[in-house]
Write a protein that binds this ligand. Structure first.
Ligand SMILES: Cc1cc2nc3c(=O)[nH]c(=O)nc-3n(C[C@H](O)[C@H](O)[C@H](O)COP(=O)(O)OP(=O)(O)OC[C@H]3O[C@@H](n4cnc5c(N)ncnc54)[C@H](O)[C@@H]3O)c2cc1C
Length: 427
């Protein structure tokens, strides 16, 4: 709960662009805390909020589309939120405080929240738009992937990150022979070492997905009808494929702010309260590049929980007196549940200046990332038990690197550590 003082009875006009979890959470918070405000949510998508992190289960065939849906029209009507579906915002005039939408219509705002998320990057190679090649962000993408997988015999996956592993799990669930082409030396490079990644590679092989590392796709091959037939790598190898999943990263959706003075740098640059450097403009979710004082830099989180928390905080800060805006203090985490062992990453597992790891068994391993002595992130394979304790330590900003042996002890859950190390750890 927050102790922020809020403006009472505001009749201001709040416009939220994006109805993902960040935008929707913000709209809910605004509606909860105001009675006379005007709240508008504008989204390019054709349906209201659905659970983006569950669309992989829909694509696998494990869940129906209905289970993935979260809000219907009545959710917005009940809260007096004006929802504009299928409506893309083209430009923003931050001086006149007006948005222009595709149809040429304008929407005025007193406070604007940009929660536009990001878009998967296409592979910049020949035939990247062939039938059978997909990227993965929307429920429509999931439906297409499910349909492709149902009729495919051979598949390739391109991109060694967290979305790539979802494609691998879908291929495994549909029993498709699959090659997983990874440009780096192993999956989730930077966050995992080779040792940790090998646990995942082995689990993939067991599911009929063969990781092929240090490999770049140079083009896709199609038949005369434009249907994908193969991926050709830069060293000339040919991987037969009826479908391909491309997950090589995302680009933040900042186009609507390009003509404005709002600072854009791999996202909308905001301070620790999620406010942009232009009055009445805020950003939340994947599109926000916020100032994290613990890390001493701007970062994006790219996780569902963080986007929800940012949406809520941005809404509260929009309603708060300017000097009462609260900072975003949150340690994100991301869980992968495709294997018989859990895998969870937290914080910023690639932003360490030093890394320590330990293996506990065939399928149990941990790696912690430290920066200037502080724990800033890590990855746990096989045992999620210490996750909350690690997240708390990360949030505390304490200098704990000297206690790394304790942190990596098999039984670490934070309690003994608190007892034994409090004076030392605070530096
Ligand atoms: C397949 C998949 C699996 C994932 N799995 C996990 C997971 O296991 N755990 C986890 O923590 N995270 C996961 N994520 C990431 C997580 O879903 C995102 O971090 C989160 O959804 C971001 O929410 P957001 O509201 O910031 O953006 P989004 O959900 O991307 O929503 C942004 C919305 O803005 C709209 N928009 C964009 N531009 C405009 C415009 N100009 N005008 C109008 N509307 C616009 C878009 O259409 C979209 O609806 C996954 C993502 C995907 C795609």
């Amino acid at each position: 709960m927050t102790s922020q003082p809020f403006r009472d009875g505001t009749d201001a006009s709040y416009v939220v662009v994006g109805d993902g979890i960040a935008g929707s959470s913000a709209a809910a918070e605004l509606a909860d805390r105001t009675t006379d405000a005007s709240i508008t949510v504008v989204t390019g998508e054709s349906e209201p909020l659905y659970n983006r992190i569950l669309i992989k289960e829909f694509a696998k065939g494990a869940l129906s589309a209905d289970v993935v849906r979260m809000h219907d029209r009545s959710w917005y009507d009940d809260r007096d939120i004006d929802l504009r579906l299928g409506t893309r915002v083209e430009t923003v005039d931050t001086t006149a405080q007006v948005l222009e939408i595709e149809s040429g219509e304008s929407i005025a705002y007193d406070e604007l929240l940009v929660a536009t998320g990001s878009t998967p990057r296409p592979l910049p190679v020949e035939n990247a738009d062939a039938d059978g090649v997909t990227t993965f962000w929307t429920i429509e993408d999931a439906a297409q992937i499910r349909q492709n997988a149902a009729r495919a015999e051979h598949n390739v996956i391109v991109g060694g990150g967290l979305l790539g592993i979802d494609y691998a799990a879908i291929a495994a669930a549909q029993d498709i022979n699959s090659h997983y082409l990874i440009r780096e030396g192993h999956w989730f490079s930077g966050a995992l070492s080779e040792t940790g990644a090998e646990i995942v590679h082995e689990a993939l092989r067991e599911r009929g997905v063969t990781p092929v590392v240090e490999t770049e796709v140079s083009r896709f091959e199609t038949d005369d009808a434009g249907q994908l037939r193969a991926a050709i790598t830069s060293d000339g190898r040919r991987y037969e494929a009826d479908c391909a999943g491309v997950a090589i990263g995302t680009t933040p959706n900042t186009g609507l702010l390009e003509e404005t003075p709002v600072a854009l740098e791999d996202g909308v640059v905001v301070d620790e309260t999620l406010s942009a450097d232009v009055p009445s403009v805020w950003a939340a979710g994947d599109v926000a590049r916020y100032d994290d004082p613990r890390l001493g830099r701007h970062v994006s989180n790219g996780t569902w929980g963080s986007a929800a928390a940012q949406g809520e905080l941005a809404a509260r800060n929009m309603l708060a007196a300017p000097d009462a805006a609260a900072p975003f203090e949150y340690v994100p985490s991301y869980s992968v549940s495709h294997f018989e062992f859990p895998l969870a990453s937290f914080g910023h597992p690639r932003l360490g200046d030093t890394y320590h790891e330990r293996r506990y068994g065939d399928r149990e391993w941990r790696r912690l990332a430290f920066r200037d002595g502080q724990l800033v992130g890590g990855v746990l394979i096989g045992d999620r038990e210490p996750l909350q304790a690690y997240k708390q330590l990360t949030a505390s900003g304490r200098h704990v690197q000297q206690q790394v042996q304790q942190l990596l002890a098999p039984s670490f859950d934070g309690t003994d550590f608190e007892r034994q190390s409090s004076p030392l750890a605070s530096d």
